[in-house]
Write a protein that binds this ligand. Structure first.
Ligand code: PLP
Length: 380
């Protein structure tokens, strides 16, 4: 069977935008511009934070301007410093590791589970020393990590877990949203995520009221509100979201269940169509509860780069690469880090391809991707 050629680019398509989002952003711009407009504290902030915490199953949410700064704030709130070690996965975006380095700590990479591609708690245990002060697992592509395994580590060692939940808006573990897990979770609303606050944004969720308060201080120059006088309690920065972003966050979170449902339904269709192709390892957990951020396959019997080039040049299909191994970025050349025994992650990184599946993908797009991948793998 031959299918007519079409172009399927890899786009940064995350949330679904409609009139409600545009209207929310426009109204905020007008009200903020009025004399006596209430710029700060932002009245939209509690509403968005409450809705986001409820969606992610946590008691507190703190809105910030990115997941990167969310991770930075959590490292600062934990007091991570020079001489400490922080364990994370090598198969992630660079800031899951650099947030610890920025505080002067050494990053220790532990290997991943070959099935889920998430950090493996047992591999983490093998790397714990008396200097280990935090663990940062990533809910990779929208699939929850083994939260039970990390809870057990915290019970045994008291080491706090900060989840990098950049991919995990809407992800659940054993039927529960993941936002209440560990010490805290850091979410991203950057443009390709399930909800997006005008291209950038993030939030921290936690069930720990004291930790929430310290993070809140870190995002506003260490300020403490309430009491007879405002205080500056510690060194902090400006990690705040803008009013239009918060307003759009409120409209985005209202439709998050629909966005995730539609995206996951597209993933399931593609998953079915790819299921009988030789030389292809399909992602784990493509079922209800997956956050449906990325659909990532592994090329197990051919050269990944050749497959990517063929999809691009012969079939006009765009793909993405999540991720190069963190320590291979040149910024790591001069750093001290531990990357021993991470063979599973290194192997996975050489095989992964992210396919262009979005809530907006048509049935024809998905059928064409499966057709092109089947032809490509048969021909290489
Ligand atoms: C795993 C992971 N962590 C953190 C981030 C950083 O998110 P942000 O762009 O919101 O800072 C990303 C970005 O895509 C990511 O994929």
């Amino acid at each position: 069977m031959s299918i007519p050629s079409r172009s399927v680019p890899f786009l940064a398509l995350g949330g679904i935008f409609d009139h409600a989002d545009v209207q929310a952003a426009q109204q905020i711009n007008l009200s903020a511009a009025e004399p006596n407009g209430n710029f700060f504290p932002l009245p939209e902030e509690p509403e968005f934070q409450k809705a986001f915490a409820a969606h992610e199953g946590a008691q507190h949410a703190i809105a910030v301007n990115s997941c990167g700064t969310a991770l930075d704030a959590c490292m600062m709130a934990l007091g991570i410093k020079e001489g400490d070690e922080v364990i994370t996965t090598p198969l992630t975006f660079v800031c899951s590791a650099t947030c610890a380095i920025a505080q002067g700590a050494k990053v220790v990479f532990a290997d991943i589970d070959p099935h889920t591609l998430c950090l493996d708690p047992e591999k983490v245990r093998a790397k714990i020393t008396d200097k280990t002060k935090a663990i940062i697992p990533v809910h990779f592509a929208g699939l929850a990590c083994d939260i039970d395994g990390f809870d057990a580590i915290t019970r045994d060692t008291d080491i706090p877990v900060i989840y990098d939940a950049a991919h995990a808006v809407g992800t659940t573990f054993k039927g529960q949203p993941v936002g209440g897990a560990g010490k805290a979770s850091c979410y991203s609303f950057q443009s390709n995520k399930n909800i997006t606050t005008l291209g950038e944004g993030g939030a921290i969720t936690t069930n720990d009221a004291d930790f929430a308060e310290v993070v809140r201080q870190k995002k506003t120059f260490g300020y403490v509100y309430g009491g007879p006088k405002i205080r500056v309690a510690s060194i902090g920065f400006n990690y705040r979201m803008t009013k239009p972003q918060l307003a759009v966050g409120i409209t985005q979170i209202a439709k998050a269940p629909r966005i995730i449902r539609e995206k996951l339904s597209r993933f399931k269709i593609l998953h079915d169509q790819l299921s009988d192709i030789d030389g292809l390892a399909l992602p784990a957990g493509i079922e209800d509860g997956h956050g449906a951020h990325l659909y990532i396959v592994r090329i197990t019997q051919a050269d990944r780069d050749e497959v990517v080039a063929t999809l691009r040049d012969k079939y006009q299909i765009g793909t993405a690469y999540h991720y190069p191994i963190v320590w291979t970025w040149e910024a790591f050349n001069e750093l001290e880090y531990d990357c021993n025994n991470c063979n599973i992650a290194e192997n996975a990184s050489s095989q992964v391809i992210s396919l262009p599946a979005f809530a907006q993908s048509s049935d024809d797009d998905l059928q064409y991707i499966a057709y092109a991948l089947r032809k490509t793998l048969a021909s290489i």
